[in-house]
Design a protein around this ligand. Structure first.
Ligand code: AMP
Length: 145
């Protein structure tokens, strides 16, 4: 299964915040959409960074609640790892595990075209492995799944 298949299932909607959004505003966006990270983008298509709840936790632990009035760019990660739609789920899984992050923006023709989270990867990998397993069981037993 490829990233394009995941986006077909979950949709290509991407939640972004502009670089001048403050951290309190970021937290409202995360809570409102029930998500753990957003892409920082001036226009909704160019990627200026990525910021997750983990960045907020680390910054508050280090500098206290004053962080809430700082712009998100102060705490965001600016060198963002991205994937393209033809990348396999297995490769994204490895990218997330090695990089220790749970969100990867998808670039479609050079512009932001989706975000895949570790939840999407795990769900789709389980579905994929389950269908492979039942095909193999059918092959062994001679029964069609
Ligand atoms: P996460 O596990 O996605 O909450 O993110 C953990 C850390 O990795 C945070 O510092 C994020 O800003 C950063 N991060 C998240 N996604 C990416 C990504 N695709 N590329 C680079 N850094 C990322």
């Amino acid at each position: 299964m490829r990233i394009s298949d995941v986006l077909r299932i979950k949709g290509d909607r991407v939640v972004t915040v502009t670089p001048d959004t403050d951290v309190a505003g970021l937290l409202r966006v995360l809570a409102e959409h029930g998500i753990g990270a957003v892409v920082v983008s001036p226009d909704g298509t160019a990627i200026a960074g990525i910021v997750s709840e983990r960045d907020v936790v680390r910054a508050i632990a280090a500098r206290g609640a004053d962080v809430l009035t700082e712009p998100v760019t102060r705490i965001a990660t600016s060198s963002v790892r991205t994937v393209t739609p033809e990348v396999s789920l297995e490769d994204v899984e490895r990218l997330m595990t090695d990089g220790r992050f749970r969100h990867v923006p998808v670039l479609v023709n050079g512009a932001l075209g989706g975000v895949v989270s570790i939840g999407d990867v795990v769900k789709n990998r389980i579905d994929e492995l389950e269908s492979e397993r039942s095909e193999l069981a059918g092959y062994i037993t001679g029964e069609r799944p």
